[in-house]
Design a protein around this ligand. Structure first.
Ligand SMILES: Cc1cc2nc3c(=O)[nH]c(=O)nc-3n(C[C@H](O)[C@H](O)[C@H](O)COP(=O)(O)OP(=O)(O)OC[C@H]3O[C@@H](n4cnc5c(N)ncnc54)[C@H](O)[C@@H]3O)c2cc1C
Length: 527
């Protein structure tokens, strides 16, 4: 996947693209892949890096949504469980089955959650991961040795999926690229082209070269997450806001806080929220919150009350109480929740996700969740075909293997998230053993990986490498700051950048990553 090659193809296109997608998160990447797989011509523009927005900030679950089950939204759970099964089959290198334990602190919780999880199993049917069952108090403690035992009566175990969100995003971009889509990061949509009041293309600002250019399109899909209203208002300055933003945060702790393989799921905290503590990449992710926000930003920050909520609840359910110094990273993400439309739009589909078609033909795709990105994409491309008069073609993604697909475990566990590509990264190391060195003693990233990110995965900045190609920003924010100069050096060699660029990159990364440090941003990394 090469940025310059994608841009060349865009500039030399003689006819309008069948589909232009604005936004490179789960929704946009899924749409670009679906359209390319059907044989349509596609270009996607992302203003920052793929998955820079909400799609790198999730709880990392591929799930049916136990919460929706509580709300009685059976069709939504069914759809998500079907998609969970498909994703596990199509990206086995990134999705794995995860055991969750619901600890029971009153006698009624056992039967209540036990029956609920049996319904969940039945809905999953053949795509079920493992049947749920009751656990005695002893079994619960065996599975979660650090669970709070005061008043504990037992538990219920069930299974859901877990994945790596931004790695999946990069692999989706690669799959779309391999099918002929032009995928460009650091390219911002700054306006829409119109012909006879109908949207006929996009104006793009290339943030690397500073160039501005127009791209003609038969259909334009606005998949910009919490930014969809901005694009809708480029189309029609009077368009009302349809998005209500809700923030969710997570903290990341060392694995010792949740040893073993099982996760904890608290279906209802005292104030009615769902809380997870999930093992992930040899660490523990704890969250989340649901805080309505008035504004939105590409770099949201955890609020003091959210940090306090997650810490208090981590202490409540774990025997080992985390202190601020134990928190390796804190990250925030924004949910785009769809409010009712203003009457001038047609809500073509409104489930968990929404597809909204403006009078000009601009198609907005939003809401939903990572788990259902494929179905959202199928729905939106069906709409785009009808609206733009494209040939109706069959959706091809249900059984499509995603880039990196393999069922063979990588020889080196740190290379496992690269799936089938691990072999080629290993070859870089075999050819130059110095590339086996880590970028920082407390991080598991080898220098060869950074070369791979630049050459093959379209990483353009230090942040792309440390936040999304690897997950070091989320796993150990302080160590990632210390690793930034070395990552900048390797990237500069690969991308032909000078020393001034390296300095700028390191400074920009440090400024960003300090926002992920929970306690003292001036602290040094623990190994
Ligand atoms: C706290 C939290 C936890 C979650 N956990 C889970 C989970 O465990 N499992 C699950 O299935 N789902 C989960 N979700 C939901 C899931 O993460 C989101 O539904 C999904 O990531 C949304 O993807 P998106 O592409 O619509 O938005 P985004 O990922 O935000 O992508 C939009 C992109 O558009 C780009 N953009 C904006 N404006 C422009 C422009 N003018 N030009 C070009 N590009 C632009 C942005 O930079 C951004 O990258 C969670 C959500 C949150 C907030």
């Amino acid at each position: 996947m090469k940025r310059s090659r994608a841009l060349d193809r865009i500039h030399s296109a003689k006819t309008p693209f069948d589909v232009v997608v604005i936004g490179g998160g789960a929704s946009g990447l899924g749409a670009a892949l679906d359209a390319a797989a059907r044989g349509h011509s596609v270009a996607l523009f992302e203003q920052a890096d793929f998955a820079k927005g909400t799609s790198s900030r999730s709880t990392k679950l591929v799930h049916g949504g136990v919460r929706y089950l509580q709300q009685g939204n059976i069709s939504l759970v069914l759809e998500a469980l079907r998609e969970r099964g498909r994703l596990a089959k199509n990206a086995p290198h990134l999705v794995r089955s995860q055991a969750f334990v619901i600890p029971n602190y009153s006698w009624w919780q056992g039967p209540f959650y036990g029956i609920g999880m049996k319904v969940y199993d039945q809905l999953a049917g053949k795509l079920g991961l493992s049947p749920s069952r009751h656990l005695s108090k002893k079994e619960t403690v065996d599975m979660i040795p650090t669970i709070e035992t005061d008043k504990l009566v037992g538990g219920v175990i069930y299974h859901d999926g877990q994945f790596d969100d931004s790695r999946l995003a990069v692999n989706l971009a690669q799959t779309a690229d391999e099918l002929g889509a032009c995928m460009v990061n650091y390219a911002k949509c700054v306006g829409l082209e119109k012909e006879n009041d109908a949207v006929s293309g996009v104006k793009i600002h290339d943030l690397e070269s500073g160039n501005e250019f127009s791209v003609a399109a038969k259909s334009v899909i606005n998949a910009t997450g919490v930014f969809v209203d901005g694009i809708r208002q480029m189309d029609d300055p009077k368009a009302s806001n349809i998005i209500a933003v809700s923030q969710g945060i997570h903290i990341v702790l060392p694995k010792s806080f949740l040893p073993g393989n099982a996760a904890i799921m608290i279906p209802k905290t005292a104030d009615g929220r769902v809380l997870f503590a999930v093992p992930w990449r040899d660490h523990v992710v704890v969250g989340t919150t649901d805080t309505p926000l008035k504004g939105h930003s590409i770099e949201p920050r955890a609020l003091e009350e959210e940090r306090e909520f997650v810490m208090t609840h981590a202490c409540k359910y774990l025997t080992k109480d985390p202190t601020p110094d134990d928190v390796l990273s804190v990250f925030a993400g924004l949910r785009p929740l769809v409010k009712a439309g203003d009457g001038s739009d047609t809500a073509a589909l409104s489930r968990d996700h929404s597809i909204i078609i403006s009078g000009s033909g601009l198609i907005t795709l939003t809401g939903g969740k990572w788990t259902t990105y494929r179905k959202m994409a199928e729905d939106v491309i069906d709409q785009a075909e009808t609206l733009a008069g494209l040939d109706h073609k069959r959706c091809e993604t249900e059984d499509m293997q995603i880039h990196g697909w393999t069922k063979t475990d990588a020889k080196e566990p740190n290379l496992a998230p690269y799936g089938a590509d691990a072999v080629q990264i290993q070859e870089l190391i075999d050819n130059d053993p110095a590339l086996a060195e880590l970028v920082h003693p407390a991080l598991r990233t080898q220098k060869a990986e950074v070369i791979w990110h630049a050459r093959v995965e379209m990483a353009r900045t230090v942040e792309d490498v440390l936040a999304r190609r690897t997950r070091n920003l989320l796993l150990n924010a302080v160590a990632s700051i210390e690793a930034a100069p070395e990552v900048a050096r390797i990237l500069a060699e690969e991308l032909g950048r000078d020393e001034a660029w390296q300095k700028e990159q390191v400074a920009a990364y440090e400024a960003l990553a300090k926002g992920y440090v929970f306690a003292d941003p001036e602290s040094t990394a623990r190994e």
